[in-house]
Design a protein around this ligand. Structure first.
Ligand code: SAM
Length: 250
């Protein structure tokens, strides 16, 4: 797929979300695509590698949370910070940052190798206002530099919801939003976990994402974005020690 075709494919997604994608933003996505494919030959970053599949299943999917960051406008209000927990190869954090250069971004992962890749992406794409943090989410949420400080948190493909809530809500300010990106499957009960962590499910948005498989066939994927709002500071007991949230989910 050449760059012009890739632009049209991603632009169809951003148009559908009511957002604009400039040619210069697309140039960054295209460079990110090629870096991802290149580095993926040397380290395990993603099982999705074909151009149209990366553009739809990684880039477009990541951007589906964009409307929750803008308050209905086309930019993110000034001074807002988002932490992407378990960011892996940078999803959804890097696509959001390309679309919204004004967003301050913290990419958190417990695997150092993936952060090395992301530092190269940040350098080559010329992104500013991005920090990589090599930490377990449980430690990140206890660190006074981050706890109760951040406006938005996101996570995609990291853990079940009752675990994710404990990993992703402690860094948020009171009033901050946790955007959990999920597939269509039942997430099981999580209302009790949300209550213990002083947050509340505010909205659930279900939709079908148009995607492409590696052989070029068009498919669709059921997606759900769960929007939680943090009501007040996280109780001091949370997050529990690294590993406990997944061993003993709330
Ligand atoms: N969010 C990316 C995506 O959607 O493509 C990556 C998903 S990958 C399946 C899960 C990532 O979460 C891995 O990079 C893993 O190292 C990270 N991870 C899992 N548990 C974590 C934890 N407790 N703290 C920090 N990172 C974690």
């Amino acid at each position: 797929m050449d760059s012009a075709e890739g632009y049209e494919l991603l632009k169809a997604c951003t148009d559908g979300l009511g957002l604009s994608l400039s040619k210069s933003q697309w140039e960054r996505f295209y460079l990110y695509l090629r870096l991802l494919q290149d580095w993926n030959t040397r380290m395990n970053l993603t099982a999705i590698t074909e151009d149209a599949a990366v553009i739809t299943k990684h880039f477009a999917d990541s951007l589906t949370v964009a409307p929750f960051l803008t308050d209905g406008g086309s930019t993110v209000p000034e001074g807002k910070t988002l932490c992407d927990i378990g960011t892996g190869a940078g999803f959804p954090g890097i696509p959001l940052k390309i679309l919204f250069p004004e967003l301050r971004l913290i990419l958190v992962d417990s695997l150092a190798k993936r952060l090395t890749f992301l530092e190269e992406v940040i350098r080559q794409l010329g992104l500013t206002g991005v920090e990589t943090v090599h930490m377990r989410a449980e430690d990140f949420g206890r660190d006074p530099r981050f706890r109760d400080k951040i406006d938005f948190s996101t996570a995609r493909a990291v853990a079940p919801m009752n675990v994710l809530l404990e990993l992703c809500t402690p860094p948020l300010k009171s009033g901050g939003l946790f955007l959990a990106m999920k597939g269509g499957k039942d997430e099981g009960p999580f209302t009790a976990a949300a209550g213990k962590l002083s947050c509340k499910l505010e909205k659930t948005e279900k939709f079908s994402l148009k995607t492409f498989e590696s052989d070029g066939t068009e498919t669709s994927a059921e997606r759900v974005i769960y929007v939680f709002r943090k009501k007040e500071q996280t109780p001091p007991a949370f997050p529990r020690k690294a590993g406990i949230p997944s061993k003993k989910p709330l």
